[in-house]
Design a binder for this molecule. Structure first.
Ligand code: ZN
Length: 251
């Protein structure tokens, strides 16, 4: 069996169809640009999928053979069927990695996994974003400097209504004065979840080398870890036979 990490880049794909300016920034779609960056790495096997594909791009045969799922959505969160959200959540709990990007903060799957409303503040004037590394030993920041800058972005600011992240990887600063927890890692069941905020659809952010590096690092971090003897997901199994002989008085 191949050792490649099987990545599926899922994109809603509606902005590119509706807005010529966005189609010009992302002629292959946002998913196409993200996939293009990941395909530069020989250890990934990359597929793409969109909301308007059959079975919303994620039939069981795709989802069940995905090690890491990348999620970009914005204007059509409501069109994602609840049963797909159930299936993605189940896959995360059994070990699939999930990377949620930008406006995916309001996706059904991210809200499901967080349990909060995932609201934030925003402003769209194309200001700069300075992304600071706050976890210099973390695999997601490998190869970066102390910070990098995105020349034009949409501001996402605090308060970001998420649970405290298990690991805070990046904090962003904007010239307008706001800050934002822009890279947040969470563990859910056996799965790893990474939220990364850069990626507004009107700017060419997914072509930027630092952003592509973060995504590649995040894929490797989020890939499932296989623990021998710990593979089968069973709910509340009865551990009838103790590992050591146990004498219970009075029985
Ligand atoms: Zn946006």
């Amino acid at each position: 069996m191949s050792n490649l990490i099987r990545v599926t880049v899922w994109n809603e794909g509606r902005h590119e169809k509706k807005d010529a300016h966005i189609a010009a920034v992302y002629p292959q779609g946002i998913h196409g640009a993200i996939a293009e960056g990941l395909r530069q790495h020989a250890d990934f096997d990359v597929r793409t999928a969109t909301l308007d594909d059959p079975a919303n791009g994620l039939p069981d045969e795709v989802l069940n053979t995905t090690d890491v799922l990348i999620w970009w959505g914005h204007m059509a969160h409501r069109d994602v069927p609840d049963d797909l959200v159930d299936r993605v959540q189940a896959r995360v709990l059994e070990g699939m990695g999930l990377i949620v990007l930008h406006s995916g903060h309001f996706s059904k799957i991210f809200k499901r996994l967080m349990g909060t409303n995932c609201s934030l503040i925003w402003r769209e004037i194309g200001e700069k974003e300075r992304v600071w590394v706050t976890a210099p030993g973390h695999p997601i920041v490998e190869g970066l400097g102390p910070y990098f800058e995105i020349p034009h972005t949409e501001m996402y600011g605090e308060f970001f209504d998420i649970p405290q992240p298990d690991e805070l990887i990046f904090i962003s600063w904007y010239p307008g004065g706001e800050v934002f927890r822009s890279g947040c890692a969470f563990y859910r069941g056996r799965g790893k979840v990474f939220y990364f905020s850069p990626g507004h659809e009107t700017f060419p952010i997914y072509y930027q080398p630092e952003v592509r590096l973060v995504l590649a690092n995040a894929v490797r971090w989020a890939a499932p870890v296989k623990v021998v003897g710990f593979r089968e997901l069973r709910l509340a199994p009865n551990a009838k036979t103790p590992l050591e002989p146990v004498t219970v008085s009075g029985s």
